[in-house]
Design a protein around this ligand. Sequence first.
Ligand code: DQA
Length: 141
Amino acid sequence: KQILILNGPNLNLLGKREPEIYGSRTFVDYLETIEQAFPDVQIRYFQSNHEGELIDKIHELGFTIDGIVINAGAYTHTSIALADALSAVPAPAVEVHISNVHARESFRHHSYLSAKCKGVILGLGLLGYDLAVRYLLSLEK
Ligand code: DQA
């Protein structure tokens, strides 16, 4: 099986960026843990700070892979285009946020993506990605 993990803007700075909110581990380091946890799964990882590149990746892989784990960062709260991209492809998606966005500023409370996803995991730190992969693998194809 193949799963796409898609990280949006500023998530390349995990480990350095506001560690009191997002933790001190880099995503590349965490990715190794995920790959070890799911040795039979091909994990495709893509991060971009550019909305269109995230959309292009959904188009490129969304017709063939088994699932998408998406943390679109702040685009979560702004991007109808990313929501449309998730609607356009058959791969089921899970939305992940490292922080509990509902405990933060009100502009983080709305997501354009949630309605296009099977479910949402938030506030559980990096573990949320692991749980999302686990869920997507449990789905019948
Ligand atoms: C985030 C929450 C977003 O509101 C924020 O813009 C991010 C990270 C999270 O993982 O907690 O960049 O998606």
